[in-house]
Design a protein around this ligand. Structure first.
Ligand code: ADP
Length: 477
């Protein structure tokens, strides 16, 4: 099959969250199975800052949008058997951030990502005919719409199938309806059974309605989004498409997340010998000005600083946490939380380490150096760090939602089965309780060693998830 994976962020070129890791690793896993796989993303400033210089593939490709002709360049870079294409249009993508600043979204995102969709479709004549358009998140939502409307009689497109994968229901690409005609979307489609969502245009709704199938990134979340609690207003629509809705858990790229070969960490270790982990803990504690103590747990988080991640609960119980443990967080996001955590670092100097930025190298050091990894998410479509943590013998403490619930089983001190600690309610008490359980087991060296063995034995490689995607692609024909 010719598969085009469309993602607004792709590791290692440009990343703000888990979607980039998926879009970096899944294509490679599919290509290894003998398919022709391409990936396409905007040529952001960040791609250059990360040191990549893709070559010019086709200059001045033109497209029509809003009754105007516009041009862009298509760039190409080969990466592990995958063709990675970039849409170069500097007025839209040559900016400091991908989607917006910490103060809010870029005002012209509707135009930026409608252009992205149109540019991808205009590029197909140069890239070659595709069988599968695998779209990810709202930024690619207009692609299925354009294929099924503007291109419905075009032999280059009319046999192709579109899969729309939702990595987060809460980001819906909502825009004032005035933009509708400017994006070449017919007003006929702006209805409640079309792309209208409470008098606004929703890119995500376009993706859901016009795709041949929809998937999300864990079985648990694929069920949760059919309820009003997690559906973010789309539960009814998703129910109407339930037979085309799938849940496929993300995998881990173990060539990137593996303490035996990780170039960012101080001591190497693997499932047979965890000794190097102590070196990593010393290194991490040192980096945050925390005194190293093998007997005191070091609890960590790496996260977008957004309400979704349950960080308010962590702030509420910080005093409690510090009675028995030290705490480090690497996070970036809402200005409010950027400041709250900076404040906590000052208040609890030597016990709390805070780094408010996006830092890939530091994220590896934290995975390796911490004893426990906290993910108290209010909802979590898949979650990747709990799976990375397992490989790094860093015990996940998670809320039982979505992908976290699917991948983490509570450690049972009697049967000695389980790979972490889980709690149900999004409350201070429930989170505190799970941390206390983890600390109690930490203090019993024999039990803790058993738990670490259970963690590192878990295998979440892409192999099986890539196989499930292939089966799904084939089912669309
Ligand atoms: P989400 O996609 O909702 O942000 P995931 O758990 O699926 O959450 O994936 C988050 C990814 O982003 C992980 O690879 C994590 O290590 C990374 N990440 C999040 N925040 C930062 C940060 N401040 N610096 C470096 N990496 C980060």
């Amino acid at each position: 099959m010719n598969i085009l994976l469309i993602s607004p962020e792709v590791f290692p070129f440009a990343k703000t969250g888990g979607l980039a890791d998926v879009a970096g690793a899944l294509p490679e896993a599919l290509a290894k199975k003998g398919h022709k796989v391409s990936v396409i993303l905007p040529y952001y400033q960040l791609v250059r800052k990360n040191g990549f210089k893709p070559a010019l593939f086709k200059k001045n490709i033109s497209l029509r949008i809003n009754n105007r002709e516009e041009v862009f360049n298509l760039l190409l870079m080969k990466n592990d058997g995958v063709d990675v294409y970039f849409i170069e249009k500097n007025e839209y993508y040559d900016r400091e951030f991908l989607y917006g600043t910490p103060q809010g979204d870029y005002q012209d995102n509707a135009f930026r990502f409608a252009f992205y969709a149109k540019a991808i479709l205009a590029s197909i004549r140069h890239i070659g005919k595709q069988d599968i358009y695998h779209c990810n998140d709202w930024q690619s939502g207009l692609i299925p719409l354009y294929i099924k409307t503007h291109y419905k009689d075009d032999p280059m497109f009319n046999k192709a199938k579109a899969l729309f994968t939702i990595h987060n229901m809460a980001y819906q690409g909502l825009f004032p309806k005035d933009v509708v005609p400017y994006l070449d979307i017919s007003w006929d489609l702006f209805t409640p059974s079309g792309v209208e969502f409470w008098d606004k245009l929703s890119f995500m709704k376009a993706g859901i309605i016009f795709s041949d199938a929809i998937s999300t990134v864990s079985k648990g979340y694929s069920k949760e989004i059919l309820t009003s609690e997690f559906g973010c207003g789309f539960d009814g629509l998703l129910k109407s498409r339930e037979k085309d809705l799938y849940g496929i858990i993300n995998g881990v790229d173990y060539s990137v997340w593996n303490p035996a070969i990780d170039k960012f960490i101080a001591g190497k270790y693997d499932e047979n010998d965890l000794n190097g982990k102590a070196e990593c803990k010393k290194d991490l504690a040192g980096a945050f000005g925390i005194k190293y103590n093998a007997k005191r747990p070091l609890i960590a988080m790496i996260t977008r600083l957004a309400e979704q991640k349950g960080i308010d609960l962590v702030v509420n119980i910080m005093k409690d946490i510090l009675k028995e443990a030290d705490f480090v967080i690497l996070g970036f996001g809402d200005e409010k939380y950027n400041n709250i955590f900076k404040g906590l670092a000052k208040k609890y100097k030597g016990k709390v380490g805070v780094s408010v930025k996006f830092d890939n190298a530091l994220s590896h050091k934290i995975e390796a150096g911490a004893d426990m990894f906290l993910m108290p998410s209010r909802y979590e479509p898949c979650g990747l760090n709990q799976m990375y943590s397992l490989k790094y013998a860093t015990v996940p403490v998670v809320r039982a939602v979505g992908g976290l619930d699917d991948t983490i089983q509570n450690f049972n001190v009697v049967t000695k089965k389980g790979n972490g600690f889980k709690f149900k309610d999004a409350t201070n008490e429930a989170l505190s309780g799970a941390i206390k359980d983890a600390v109690t087991v930490f203090k019993n060296k024999k039990l803790w060693d058993t738990l670490l063995k259970n963690c590192v034995a878990c295998d979440y490689s892409w192999e099986s998830s890539a196989e499930q995607y292939l089966k799904l692609y084939k089912n669309l024909f």
